[in-house]
Structure formats: structure tokens, C-alpha cells
Design a protein around this ligand. Structure first.
Ligand code: WT7
Length: 656
């Protein structure tokens, strides 16, 4: 097995100045571990205001006969905080106003064209109430699903909170998706209400969202009522719909009593990003989810009411739901929403936003960090980023090189970094260090958070030794778990099972646990390469390649010729930094680096230099397309990519 034995023995401690004022100290962490699972989830739940206090932290359901059989499905229902009642909109808005913080900023919006808009908690409360009243008038009832097809404009969180207020689960569909994708999601969620806008700006062009929405509504199998936000100020919004501004104006001053929801009533629907396979519908609950995201925003992002937080993810994805909207607002922080892209109008846009708004905590993805590296450290260094006190990453493994760059050039060599591992299905963070309590190890995410238990297991579900790779499983329920994971075990659809009586949720990611119990993520289980009977992880090879001076990004795929007697070819797609030539010298250095890090067996047989790599809209490299290019196969539909043009460029580079 190609196990990663990190010779990076490196440990980094958070600075004393951070530790002193951290929300969660080492003593708190130890007390939580001491309280044990599930009791330690009581303190997190106390971050929320409950209309009715829960009767217990967890109800695991009744055991049934199926438990006797090892991995047979069983029907037990897991319920977090049973008996409790609460409203998410009350927790994210009203209570901060009641506490006298109505004039503090809740949402800071940075528009694509350089406009800015802020909402105080009082203003947010007013608009949420008005729009909640309007939704009711349109006929939206408790448990009706409202689809939100909106770009990064403040009306998106307002609409989410308005839905939450009246107990109508929202289903946010990423604005970059096509009409077909929207239609499928309207049908899948059986949603009869759609909030969209006339259009939005993307890379200089105004995109017509309304037409896509209309096409989706025409092809959906049921009637859909539309509300349209005016973003572009042009008259393209024709057809049958209500104007958002008119509805809000007509309901100005309305007060809508927040609907008291049971803890496992649904807060929202979301589709997984579908990097592999078909997108699937995931549902999240009110009490469990909100506890989980409020707690991890407090403990991991270290947020509080005085903080300005910028999670750069689109609200169309789970990261934006949890850490741009619900988590920070539940804690009374100021959340920054940015409509544009990080290289427009200039490649220092991100640093300019951080400087101007005095951002305290910045949470972004390794793919963005690698882009920042490519553009050069002169950009962050020409801005005053001294307001930053914590940096976070999420979405894919971050290699030690990028980790250090992020800390040195963005965090002034001081800021702690939290590498947070989680998924759409987990609702909130699962693995991370606690920034005020734990040491960091560049390249490793950390341990399971207190109250979460994980293991690394082999194909049979049994634990592997420390230092060996296997699949990461979560072995006890956690509050943010998707609703389907609560509804009995199902190894097929839900990836939950019982092994020797132990409950397991299989994450689909491979990992290795080091001698300190820190987890190193090795990429998706389906990204494993099998060469010479060794299991190589794409992540492992890729991090060796990006460690080479002058390399910005890399993705590795394997040839799939089953007839081949020789080992299948390892094909690396490498994107050099902007001023670096993809030549034979660099090709040689790439080979040598992999050979040194892992061994000759892992050295790429083919290195193709590319200006960029094909990515999903959420920034994940789609290896499926690279594999098809490497194997000379038909690519099929590439429209789901953020940069479909790169595929053609790659094909022509390979002379096909
Ligand atoms: C997959 C989940 C979590 C919200 C963003 C995407 C990968 C996520 C990390 C990390 C290594 C990571 C995993 C996971 N992933 N965070 N810190 N280190 N890999 O949510 O679209 O549901 O994707 O993203 O492969 O399974 P998602």
C-alpha cells in the first residue's frame, strides 16, 4: 500500500495571542471529550434559543431484530434533541435585535460592479418579515418547498431566512446551473414556488437568469409560481411573475411570528455537487443542523458577534449555507457576501475586500489559494490584511506548500489555519483542529471534532492500523447529519450500515491516521490508482507535483487499458505558474519529485502542461474528463464545467 508516511514532522502551534481569546480552549475541549458522546452536544445546543427545551440530547431509536445480523439494514430512526422546538430565522435574526444589537451589521454585500450594500440586523429582520409575509400571501404553507435560484445577492439569504421563518424548507439551486438542471431540481423537491432574478453579472457579461428560469418552469411537470428580484435593472423580466421589490414594499412593517419547528423538521433541501455520479437530494433538519453549524462556527471558525466573517463559497453550495449564512448569523456576526470572482477587475480583488471590510476570519478553498499563489504574493502583500486573525480551508486536501503560502502571505506568518473536512451530507464540519486548542500539522486536517467519532476502515468495515490507508467512516451519529442518514441503515443509497453492531457512515474518502491521531485525506475512494499492485492515491502524487517550484496545480489520472500487460500509464496534467514555461526541464523536475516522494512506481508516464484544469463550478477538478482525454475517449457533455473550453485546449495539446 502506498501509505503516506509524512516526513513533514512539522507541527505548528497557534500564537498565544489567539489562544488567549479563543472561544474554545484546550480545557473546554478536554471537558467536552470528558462529557462524552452524545452528552457533549448539550453545550453546543445551548448556543441556540429553543422555544421548547429538548427532552434528551439524542434518541437512537429502538433496537430491532435486524441488529442481530451483522450488516443487515435496520429501521431505527435517530433523532437529535427530541422534544425540542425552535425557529432558525428567530435564532439568526430576531434574537440579536432583542439583545440590543439591531444596529450592528449582519450582512455586507460586495457587488460585481463595485457596489456595496449592508444590512443591519434590524434591517435584515424587516426584510425577512416582509418577504415571509409575502410568501404566505402567495400561498406558501408550512412544509411547502420554495426553490431559490439566485446569484450571490443579499436577497438570497433574506429569502432563505424568510422560508425558515414560516417553516417552508428552501431548496437553493446554484445560479450557474442550466434550465434543465433547475427543472430536475424543481421536480425532485416537488417545489411549486421559485424565487429568481432577472439576471446577473459574470465575468463582465450580464446573464439572463429569468429566461433559464422560464424554460425550467415550462419543462417542469407542475405549475410554478415565480418571484423575480430585479438585479440588472433592465426590462427583460417579462411573463407571469411577482416582482420581489413590490412584494416587500406591500408588506413593509409586517410582523410574522416565527413558526416553532420540531427539531427534526426540515430546514432545507440541497443537492450534492455531483462530482461523481448523479446529483442526489440531501435534506437537513432544523435543530440538529443549526446546532452543528452554530457550534462549529463558534468552536472552529472562532466567530462571535464582533467578527466580520468571509466565507468565499457560493451560497448555492452547502459551504455557503452553513458558513456564510446560518452559522455566522446564528452567532450574530457580520457575514460578507461577494457577487464577483476573485480576479475581477484585478487579481487583488479578494485582498481589497478583506482590507476595506476589516475581515477577521477568511474561509476559502485550496483551489482558490492555488490561484492566489499563481497570481503572486505581491497582491496580498500590497494590502493591509492585519484584521485577519484566522484562516480556514475546505473542499479538498491542501498540500503543505499551499498551506505555508496561505499562512505566510495572507496570515502574516501568524494566523492559525483550520483545514476543515466535511461534506454536503454531514451538514457541517467533522474533522478539523480547534484553533485555540490544537496544534496544526500542515497537510493534515486534524482529528474528529469533540462529539464526533471516526475511523479508517478496510473494505470489510474493520479498522486498519495507524499509518495505513482505508476509507474514512463516521462511527456515531452527529447533529448535522442529513435526514436520510437518520432513517435507518441502507448501505446502497445512504452509505450507512452496522458492522458488528457498530453504526457506520461511509464517507467515500480515503484517509490515513498518523501516530498523533491526525487524519490525512487522500482523496475520494474512487480516485485511487492501482499500479503494480500498489494502491496510489492521486492526492499523494499531486501534492508531490505541486511541491515543485513553478507548478500551480496538478491532477493525475490513470490509463484504463485493461488488456495492457504492462502497468497502466499514469498521466499527469500540470498547470505551471503564469510566468513559468511548461518545458522538458519542468517535466523532469515533476518526475523526480514524485519519484522522491513516493517512488518510481508513481512517476507519471506522461506529463501534459495545461493553462488550467477542467473544474466544476464549485472548483473541483473533474478527473473523469482528464481520464477520458488521456484515454482518447468521448467526453460527452461538458456543460457542467466552469471552464468547458479548457477541455478542447487539452485535446488539441495531445494532438487528438
Ligand atoms: C467532499 C465533499 C465540505 C463542503 C465542500 C464540499 C472533499 C472537503 C476537505 C478537506 C480534503 C475535502 C472530500 C469530501 N473535501 N473538505 N478539508 N480536505 N478533502 O462539499 O461537495 O459535498 O464535497 O469534498 O472529498 O468528500 P461536497
Amino acid at each position: 500500500m502506498a501509505d503516506r508516511s509524512p516526513d513533514e514532522r512539522e507541527w505548528v502551534s497557534p500564537p498565544e495571542s489567539f489562544v488567549e481569546r479563543a472561544n474554545v480552549t484546550a480545557a473546554d475541549r478536554d471537558a467536552l471529550r470528558e462529557a462524552g458522546w452524545p452528552e457533549c452536544w448539550k453545550r453546543p445546543a445551548d448556543l441556540l434559543d429553543w422555544d421548547r427545551r429538548f427532552d434528551a440530547v439524542l434518541d437512537e431509536g429502538d433496537e430491532n431484530d435486524a441488529d442481530d445480523a451483522n450488516d443487515a439494514d435496520d429501521e431505527r430512526t435517530t433523532r437529535w434533541f427530541p422534544g425540542g422546538r425552535l425557529n432558525a430565522s428567530y435564532n439568526c435574526v430576531d434574537r440579536h435585535v432583542e439583545e440590543g444589537r439591531g444596529e450592528e451589521t449582519a450582512v455586507t454585500w460586495e457587488g460585481k460592479l463595485g457596489e456595496t450594500r449592508t444590512y443591519s440586523y434590524r434591517e435584515l429582520a424587516e426584510e425577512v418579515n416582509a418577504f415571509a409575509a409575502a410568501l404566505r400571501e402567495l400561498g406558501v404553507e408550512e412544509d411547502d418547498v420554495v426553490t431559490l435560484y439566485l446569484p450571490m445577492i443579499p436577497e438570497l439569504p433574506v429569502a432563505m431566512l424568510a422560508c425558515a421563518r414560516i417553516g417552508a424548507p428552501h431548496s437553493v439551486v446554484f445560479a450557474g446551473f442550466s434550465a434543465d438542471a433547475l427543472a430536475t431540481r424543481l421536480e425532485g423537491a416537488d417545489s411549486q414556488y421559485l424565487v429568481t432574478c432577472d439576471g446577473y453579472y459574470r465575468r463582465g457579461a450580464a446573464l439572463d437568469l429569468k429566461r433559464r428560469a422560464d424554460n425550467a418552469c415550462v419543462s417542469a411537470d407542475h405549475e410554478v409560481e415565480q418571484v423575480v428580484v430585479n438585479r440588472l435593472d433592465d426590462d427583460r423580466s417579462v411573463g407571469d411573475h411577482y416582482a420581489y421589490a413590490d412584494l416587500v414594499a406591500a408588506n413593509e412593517g409586517a410582523e410574522v411570528e416565527p413558526v416553532s419547528r420540531e427539531t427534526d423538521d426540515l430546514l432545507f433541501f440541497i443537492y450534492t455537487s455531483g462530482t461523481t455520479g448523479e446529483p442526489t437530494l440531501v435534506r437537513h433538519t432544523t435543530g440538529g443542523y443549526l446546532t452543528h453549524v452554530a457550534w462549529t462556527s463558534h468552536a472552529v471558525l472562532d466567530l462571535g458577534p464582533d467578527d466580520t466573517h468571509w466565507c468565499s463559497a457560493d451560497v448555492g453550495w452547502i459551504t455557503g449555507h452553513s458558513y456564510a449564512v446560518y452559522g455566522p448569523l446564528a452567532l450574530g456576526a457580520n457575514t460578507v457576501l461577494y457577487e464577483g470572482t476573485s480576479d475581477s477587475p484585478e487579481t487583488d480583488r479578494v485582498w481589497e475586500i478583506i482590507e476595506r471590510n476589516g475581515v477577521d476570519v477568511f474561509y476559502t478553498a485550496p483551489t482558490s489559494i492555488r490561484a492566489f499563489m499563481k497570481w503572486g504574493e505581491q497582491h496580498p502583500e500590497s494590502h493591509d490584511l492585519s484584521s485577519l486573525r484566522l484562516l480556514g480551508t475546505v473542499g479538498e486536501p491542501i498540500d503543505a506548500t499551499a498551506w505555508h503560502w496561505y499562512r505566510d502571505h495572507v496570515g502574516d506568518g501568524e494566523c492559525p489555519i483550520v483545514d476543515t473536512w466535511w461534506q454536503t451530507e454531514t451538514g457541517g464540519m467533522v474533522l478539523s483542529t480547534l484553533p485555540g486548542a490544537d496544534r496544526m500539522r500542515p497537510g493534515a486536517v486534524g482529528k474528529s471534532l469533540p462529539g464526533i467519532e471516526t475511523a479508517v476502515v478496510d473494505e470489510t468495515g474493520h479498522r486498519v492500523e495507524e499509518g495505513e490507508s482505508g476509507q474514512l467512516v463516521v462511527t456515531r451519529p452527529w447533529p448535522g447529519m442529513a435526514r436520510s442518514l437518520c432513517e435507518g441503515t441502507d448501505w446502497g443509497a445512504r452509505r450507512t450500515r452496522r458492522i458488528d453492531g457498530e453504526w457506520q457512515y461511509a464517507t467515500g474518502d480515503n484517509a490515513v491516521r498518523d501516530e498523533e491521531g491526525y487524519l490525512h485525506l487522500l482523496g475520494r475512494a474512487d480516485d485511487v490508482l492501482k499500479v503494480s499492485d500498489r494502491r496510489l492515491s492521486t492526492t499523494e502524487i499531486e501534492s508531490a507535483i505541486v511541491g515543485v517550484d513553478g507548478v500551480a496545480e496538478a491532477a493525475v489520472v490513470v490509463g484504463d487499458d485493461e488488456e495492457a500487460l504492462a502497468d497502466p500509464e499514469i498521466h499527469a496534467f500540470v498547470s505551471p505558474e503564469s510566468n513559468v514555461a511548461g518545458d522538458d526541464a519542468l517535466r523532469e523536475r515533476v518526475g523526480a519529485a514524485v519519484e522522491e516522494a513516493i517512488g518510481r512506481v508513481a512517476s507519471p508516464d506522461v506529463v501534459t502542461f495545461a493553462p488550467s484544469l477542467p473544474k466544476t463550478r464549485s472548483g473541483k477538478v473533474v478527473r473523469r474528463y482528464l481520464a477520458a482525454i488521456a484515454n482518447g475517449e468521448d467526453l460527452g457533455d461538458t456543460s457542467a464545467l466552469r471552464n468547458p473550453e479548457v477541455v478542447g485546449e487539452l485535446e488539441s495539446l495531445l494532438d487528438r
